[in-house]
Design a protein around this ligand. Structure first.
Ligand SMILES: Cc1cc2nc3c(=O)[nH]c(=O)nc-3n(C[C@H](O)[C@H](O)[C@H](O)COP(=O)(O)OP(=O)(O)OC[C@H]3O[C@@H](n4cnc5c(N)ncnc54)[C@H](O)[C@@H]3O)c2cc1C
Ligand SMILES: *[C@@H]1O[C@H](CO)[C@@H](O)[C@H](O)[C@H]1NC(C)=O
Length: 380
């Protein structure tokens, strides 16, 4: 059993940022990561054309700025390089191939006992830590909804996290399920690659551009949320037109109000709306059932497809391995309390990266967690 002050689980942006903030206070910590690299979500589970949707000034992690010549909306590869440099310059050496299988609190020893599978050596390892930081992400596992008849589908179906580019879909009929950020961008990418693309809109969304979101984020510093929402919705209507004309369900509550109260992000248009207007991308209502190659939709129509991409979101998997922490996480593995105050549990348990506020939320969590651990150590 290896003893350490802080164990951080996950070497994504949240785990790295927390480690950096602890290092800054000279608090010993280790990062356990099941994959063989930092930032695995960005390296292995995101599509080629992705870039940050949020402007760079809101995405920097603590203690290391982005290069001064970085573009406002950083391409995926630049962000990956930043994460790798972040770990090496700050001196974070995650233990890779370590999949956390269970963690529980030992009342007598007053420490967290963490059981880890070393997948490189195929053996178990044990760690004892005074503090445990969960940084395994809100986007841990791709979620595919239960669709009647999906098993019978004769084409290929994947989750958006497995989609890289449209190369293999050229000339095929492809259905993208979901109108969130991944769905809309993947539909655009598929259409550019020569796929006959349709997209299912099954829940109301706000569609904005990166620039409008940036303006909104800047205005939020000086204006009330209601007014910012009003301005942003007006601009988006001016820029993109009334999306409800094209079969997309429009959200009625303001986008920033919705983000703050429910965590739901507005969808960023990177060109798909233009293609929806020209009919290059078709909008369809919810899928009712699948039968071989045929898919039935809510409007009574049936259409054949060669492939389906489910851009239907993710789930947290904390509940699979964390034995305690009911005070911090609910049954879905998301924080029980809303932010702020969502990141601290009992007995030295913390989480970072669960504020549903992207990289900005991650930076704030990491700093809060490190400060709180520093305070707890100074009092003990
Ligand atoms: C497609 C996509 C685009 C996004 N774009 C933006 C954006 O433009 N701007 C923005 O601010 N935010 C964006 N986000 C949201 C958020 O910033 C990212 O998801 C970010 O990577 C989250 O960081 P994280 O460290 O919390 O989680 P992750 O990056 O998911 O890292 C968690 C790590 O924990 C590891 N792990 C999980 N379980 C275990 C276990 N049991 N044992 C060991 N290791 C484990 C995983 O392998 C992973 O490496 C995006 C999210 C997605 C999905
Ligand atoms: C857990 O919390 C999240 C975020 O607030 C919420 O969306 C989800 O429905 C909750 N799950 C349960 C089982 O309460």
């Amino acid at each position: 059993m290896e003893k350490i002050v802080v164990v951080i689980i996950g070497a994504g942006p949240a785990g790295l940022a927390t480690s950096a903030c602890l290092n800054h206070f000279s608090i010993p910590n280790i990062v356990l990561e099941r994959e063989d690299c930092c930032g695995s979500l960005w390296k292995k589970r995101s599509y080629d054309r992705m870039s940050l949707h949020i402007a760079k000034q809101f995405c920097e992690l603590p203690h290391m700025p982005f290069p001064s010549n970085a573009p406002t909306f950083m391409p995926r590869i630049d962000f990956i390089n930043y994460l790798d440099n972040y770990a090496s310059q700050i001196g974070i050496n995650p233990r890779f191939h370590r999949s956390v299988e269970s963690a529980s609190y030992d009342q007598n020893a007053k420490s967290w006992i963490i059981e880890v599978k070393n997948t490189a050596l195929d053996k178990f390892e044990f760690f004892a830590a005074q503090f445990l930081v969960v940084a395994t992400g809100e986007n841990n596992e791709g979620l595919i909804p239960e669709v009647p008849g999906l098993d019978s589908f004769q084409g290929e179906y994947i989750h958006s996290s497995q989609y890289k580019n449209g190369n293999t879909f050229s000339g095929k009929d492809v259905l993208v399920v979901g109108c969130g950020n991944s769905g809309l961008e993947i539909a655009y990418d598929l259409s550019n690659s020569g796929a006959q693309t349709s997209i299912v809109s099954h829940r109301p969304v706000h569609i904005l551009t990166k620039e409008i979101v940036l303006l909104g984020m800047l205005l939020l510093k000086v204006l009330p949320c209601k007014l910012v929402d009003y301005i942003v919705m007006l601009l988006s209507k001016q820029k993109l037109g009334d999306i409800s004309h094209y079969g997309l369900k429009r959200q009625t509550m303001g986008p920033f109000y919705l983000k703050q109260t429910t965590g739901q992000s507005p969808t960023i248009d990177v060109g798909a709306i233009g293609k929806i207007k020209t009919g290059e991308i078709k909008v369809l209502p919810s899928v009712m059932r699948i039968n071989g190659k045929e898919i039935d939709f809510q409007n009574g129509k049936t259409k054949q497809f060669d492939a389906i991409i489910f851009a239907t979101g993710y789930r947290s998997t904390v509940r699979n391995w964390l034995q305690e922490g009911e005070d911090l996480f609910n049954d879905s593995g998301m924080p029980k309390r809303s932010s702020p105050g969502h990141w601290k549990g009992e007995n030295g348990l913390y989480c970072a990266g669960f504020a549903r506020n992207g990289l900005l939320g991650i930076s704030i969590d990491a700093q809060n967690v490190a400060k709180d651990i520093k305070l707890a150590l100074s009092q003990s």
